[in-house]
Design a protein around this ligand. Structure first.
Ligand code: GRG
Length: 331
């Protein structure tokens, strides 16, 4: 682990400490509910669930509930549901993107094949809905049904943008809102729903989640051009290779010279790793990563503003720290 990465990990250390007991309980729920009569489901399910994800989304559900003073245990079940849905999306995403590395190890599709990955993703997704029945709340069901629907739409929108150098910043932002921010939004909203908070508070904490999720994805897109594969746990330059017009590229095309814009356009249209060095040089020269980081910081600031209604507590502080972490993280 590089020094920088451990620096950014330091920021969330108090959050990890604060949520330790809850997250251990969440992990216990995950382990219990992962089990199936079918050996491959267990094998592949554990392969991905135990592979060292940050558990950020379930942590958000737990912290949001606690920030409203929740003292029961349903938040742990909701958090596990959120992590199952996140994991299902990762399994499907790695098949769609033909990725071979995630969380510093071979992807499930590389290990077990595409069919097994998609089908175990389906298992996790449907198990999550089974678990929601146990929560016995139509409102929770409604939130999660709408959320997963929007995530899938986001992924389809992204598919339409692939290799399309005309993709605007607005279209890009719509995609990240759907494919990433929506699940952060749901995770935090569930905390308020569990505590029967008034609609305005529910919407505020949900909006915190939306902005945090957007910041998180913007930084994900920065790291794809600036991190190392070792730190990120996946391959650098994958977005370009897949022809994904993310904000660093959109901004560099907008700000670059005619020749620079033409080069990036060609790189998006053709995909692959061949042009990565030239593209990275243009991204550097045009300040595209700094711009993207600034947009991410604006999102994180907006997220923090949404927490004003919460009473002061270490949980509120933890939510603030997570907003900072989403921008400062190195992996
Ligand atoms: C199964 C509901 C469902 C939908 C399928 C494929 C797909 C539609 C959606 C994919 C959405 C997706 C993977 C968005 C990217 C989100 C993202 C930034 C993932 C990485 O999150 P981290 O860094 O992962 O929190 P860890 O490894 O820490 O868990």
């Amino acid at each position: 682990m590089s020094e920088n990465k451990s620096d950014s990990n330091l920021i969330i250390q108090p959050v990890i400490e604060l949520s330790r007991n809850d997250m251990e309980a969440v992990n216990e729920v995950i382990r219990e509910r992962l089990s199936s009569e079918v050996a491959l489901v267990n094998q592949l399910g554990h392969y991905i669930i135990d592979s060292g994800g940050k558990r950020l989304r379930p942590m958000l559900a737990v912290l949001a509930a606690r920030a409203y003073g929740y003292e029961g245990s349903k938040h742990q079940l909701l958090a596990a549901i959120v992590e199952f849905i996140h994991t299902a999306t990762l399994l499907h995403d790695d098949v769609v993107d033909e990725s071979d590395m995630r969380r510093g190890q071979e992807t499930a599709n590389a290990m077990f094949g595409n069919a097994a990955s998609v089908l175990v993703g389906d298992f996790l997704y449907s198990r999550a809905f089974e678990m929601m029945v146990d929560v016995n709340s139509m409102r929770v069901m409604e939130i999660m049904a709408q959320t997963t629907n929007v995530i899938a739409e986001g992924e389809v929108m992204q598919l339409l943008n692939v290799h399309d150098a005309e993709t605007s910043e607005a279209r890009y932002r719509e995609v990240i809102h759907c494919k990433t921010a929506k699940l952060f939004e749901a995770a935090t909203r569930l905390g308020a729903v569990l505590c029967d908070r008034p609609q305005a508070e529910e919407d505020a904490i949900a909006s915190y989640g939306t902005h945090l999720g957007a910041a998180f994805q913007l930084i994900d897109d920065v790291l794809d051009y600036s991190s190392s594969s070792e730190d990120m746990g996946k391959n650098v330059g994958d977005d370009l290779a897949e022809g994904k017009p993310t904000l660093p590229l959109i901004y560099a095309m907008d700000q670059g010279t005619e020749a620079q814009s033409a080069l990036i356009r060609k790189a998006i249209e053709q995909g692959g790793y061949d042009m990565i060095d030239d593209v990275q040089a243009i991204i550097q020269e045009t300040g595209a990563l700094d711009y993207t980081r600034t947009v991410a910081q604006e999102e994180a600031d907006k997220a923090i503003e949404q927490l004003a209604h919460l009473p002061e507590s270490e949980y509120k502080q933890a939510l603030e720290i997570l907003a900072l972490f989403s921008v400062q993280r190195k992996a």
